[in-house]
Each structure stands twice: as C-alpha cells, then as structure tokens.
Design a binder for this molecule. Structure first.
Ligand code: CU
Length: 457
C-alpha cells in the first residue's frame, strides 16, 4: 500500500486492495478518557472546486491519526478527512471523481441542491478504476455541507473507513456579519472509529449499527487545539455512522449557536448542551475571552462520556467582538398542499413497510409545491431522517422529546427522529426535477434498506 505524505497537496493514490472487512482482534481503547498525550488537531486542507476541474481520487491510504500512529483508511486524495471545499453562492463546481477503490462508489454532496445526475445516487455508481464528473452550480445560501459516498449497501463501510469531507458555502449575507474567520474558523468533523490490533480502521457493525470505540475529530486521536483568548467559530459535523453526540464544554460556558445544516439561524441561541445525530451540522461560536494562558477547556460528548477535543489557551489577544443578536432573515415556507405525506421508519430497514429497491420510484413530488411531510417510527430509533434535493423547515415534534430544539430552526436537511416521535416538516423542491432519495442517515439502516427513491416532476 502506498504511504501518503499528508503534506502533499494532491496525495498520490493507489488502487491497492480495499482495506475493508479484515478480521483482526480489537484492542481495548480508552476512548479519549483520563490522562492522555494529546495530538495537534488536524485541519483539513482547503480546496476550491472552481475554476477548472478538481480531481478527487478515492483510494486506500495510510494516514497518521496523531502521534505517529498510522492507520490504513480510505481517503480522498490521501486526506482523512477529505479536502474542505470552499465556494461562494453563484460559483460552479466541477469535481472529477476517480475511483481507486475495489468497490463501486459515488459522491453525494450532502446538503447541496444539485442536479440528479450530480447527486451521487447509487444508480450512478462508478465502477473500480472508473471516473465520474460532478458538475453543479451553487445556488444556495451559506452553510456547512459535506460530501461522502452513497453506493448501494456500501455507504456505511466507505464512510466509516474514512471517505468524507466538508463543503463550505459562503455568501454576502454571512460575510456582512463578520463572523470569526481564518484561524478562528475551524471545521470539526466528529465521528467514532474502531482501531484494530494492527492500528487500522475497522468496520464491523452490529445489527444496531456501527458504534466505534474511540472518537476522532478531523481524523485525529485525542486532539488538542491551541487557542487565543478570543471568539472562535466551529463548523461541526456529526460524521459518525450511527452515534449521537451530545456536545458540552467542560468549563460550563455555553455555545452560541448561529447556524445548522442549512446555514444561519434567524437569531442565535445560547445553549450548554446540544445533541445531534449523524449527518447533522452546527455552526457554533465559542468564547475563550477572559481565560488565562494555560487554561484547558474540553469539548465533551456527554452521551459516551468522551473528551472529544482539548482547547488550550496559550495567547492573550484583544478581541472586542460583540456577539451578534440577529443573523439572517429566513422566509418561512407556508401553505402546504394536502394531504400530508406520511413516512414511517419501520424497524431498521424499511420506510412505509418497504425496503429500498434501486429501480422502484416510491412517490412523485410536483416541482415548486410546498408539502407537509410527517416522519414517524415504530421503533429502533434514532433515525436521522435525510432528504436529498431540497432543505426543509421543521414545524413540530410530538411524542418523545416533544419540542423543536433551537438548533432545528431555520433550514435543515437532516432531522433526528427518536422512538415515539412524530416530526413534521415543510418542504419545497424548487431546484431541479428528477430522481432523489429520502433515507435514514444511520448508515447501517440506510444500507439495510431504510431508503426510498422519489421523483420531482
Ligand atoms: Cu434509521
């Protein structure tokens, strides 16, 4: 297997045998608890998909997870996570996927409204050694999106073994707010992983899904980030296959939530704890002002009891930032047609009683029509429900947790459905006509068939 130098801007790729499915004993992992040697947080390479065509090669690679602990993974251009794309609303993106895996794959641009042929649908799978050109215009507002494979029944494995990256869209409305930028704006791709005895990433899901033994942030084990006494903007993705993270700060300070999947909220929310499921995103401001040099603050996951990322204040700077009180004007969808469409997430592999069929279209949605969709479940939640082709606005949650949380306001493309819950959203497809997907983003549920084809007509 080719060893990739992570300083190389377009790491060499290898079509060596896929590192998946190897059988080896698991080592007991400490999950980032206790006294550990902390490794500098990796900051994913920034990349720009236009002008010209950006070549994105998916292939096995060997990467350093921190402290010289190398691991075989699947990577885009040798990077784990993949390059962070940045583009402005109005730009066009042109990305050529080269499949250096031993399996078919696609690239899905999660959260981005793109033409059906650029959406990474499993029908458009790219064979090993094949390639595919994804071209689309970015017509949506500023937000943190991400990209990952979406091949039929192989998504969980390929994402778990490393194929995922961020895609940040910027626009003028966001720029006018003057939010922290440069070194003060940090993407955080949070996920779990299991490392086998040889140090390699391992994918062995249980029937309930893949639950890894350790957390990784930006592909780093036990990461730390040196910070100034300033306000930072963290662009957070739950990039796990199945795990929910409940974020909190060890010093009790609150997060200022300014955005989510679909971009900026109308107004910020101050919260001490935030729980999100796979595929959901958060745009958080964290205030390190007033903390002396040497202060350590931990980003924690209260669900697993994990220390995810240590912030270490090492430099005093003058930051007179006034926290924003208004962020964006969100036009509310209204006047949905009747009847409401109801989607029941059944067991671990069905929607409305049916497992996914690549060739079956389950329903058709008129272009430009606002509809009310209701997501319910008969068990085996959490089901993070994800829709391709449009964002939606969460209207209500009844049963279970019973509320719409502040980070679920504005625009979303993934919403968490727990047992006993009924979640209603308004949605309107006004981007493109054609084939899209509705599915559970618990990737093992998705791969087992909790997915549905629909067509915008
Ligand atoms: Cu599910």
């Amino acid at each position: 297997m080719v060893k990739i130098n992570s300083a190389c801007p377009h790491g060499a790729v290898s079509a060596a045998a896929l590192g998946a499915g190897r059988i080896s004993p698991l080592v007991a992992a400490q999950g980032g608890k206790g006294t550990v040697t902390r490794n500098p947080l990796k900051i994913p390479l920034a990349a720009f998909p236009s002008p010209g065509t950006y070549v994105l090669a998916a292939a096995p690679a060997t990467v350093d997870l921190g402290g010289g602990k190398t691991s075989s993974v699947l990577a885009y251009n040798g990077y784990f996570p993949g390059p962070t794309f940045r583009a402005n609303t109005g730009n066009s993106a042109s990305v050529q996927l080269i499949n250096g895996l031993a399996q078919e794959t696609t690239v899905h641009w999660h959260g981005m409204v793109v033409p059906p042929l650029a959406d990474g649908h499993p029908r458009n799978a790219v064979a090993p050694s094949g390639n595919y050109l994804y071209e689309f215009r970015i017509a949506q507002r500023a937000c943190l999106n991400w990209y990952h494979p979406h091949p039929h029944m192989l998504t969980g494995e390929q994402v778990c073994l490393g194929l995922a990256g961020a895609f940040i869209v910027n626009d003028n409305e966001e720029a006018a707010l003057g939010l922290p930028s440069g070194a003060y704006e940090v993407p955080l791709i949070v996920r779990d992983a299991t490392i086998d005895r040889t140090g390699n990433l391992n994918y062995k899901p249980k029937t309930t899904g893949f639950f890894g033994q350790i957390p990784l942030v930006n592909g780093t084990r036990d990461p730390k980030l040196v910070v100034d006494s300033a306000v930072y903007r963290f662009r957070v993705l739950n990039g796990a296959n199945a795990r929910l993270f409940k974020f909190a700060l060890s010093n009790g300070r609150q997060f200022t939530v300014v955005g989510n999947d679909g971009g900026l909220l109308a107004t910020p929310a101050q919260l001490g704890q935030i729980e999100i499921g796979p595929g959901e995103r958060l745009d958080l401001l964290v205030d390190f002002r007033g903390l002396s040099n040497g202060t350590k603050v931990m980003l924690q996951d209260l669900n697993a009891g994990w220390n995810l990322l240590e912030f270490n204040v090492t430099r005093q700077v003058s930051d007179g930032r006034i926290m924003p009180t208004t962020l964006s004007s969100i036009s509310a969808l209204s006047g949905p047609v009747t009847p409401t469409r109801i989607f029941s997430f059944d067991g671990m592999s069905k929607i409305n009683g049916k497992s996914y069929d690549l060739n079956r279209i389950d329903f058709r949605v008129p272009f430009g029509q606002t509809e009310r969709w209701r997501f319910i479940t008969n068990g085996n939640a959490p089901h993070p429900v994800h829709v391709h082709g449009a964002s939606f606005q969460v209207q209500s949650r009844s049963g279970g947790r019973g509320v719409v949380f502040p980070w679920e306001r504005g625009w979303k493309d993934t919403v968490l459905l727990q047992d006993g819950e009924s979640v209603e959203v308004l949605i309107r497809f006004d981007g493109y006509k054609g084939l899209y997907l509705l599915h559970c983003h618990q990737l093992e549920h998705e791969d087992m068939g909790m997915m549905s084809n629909f067509e915008v007509i």
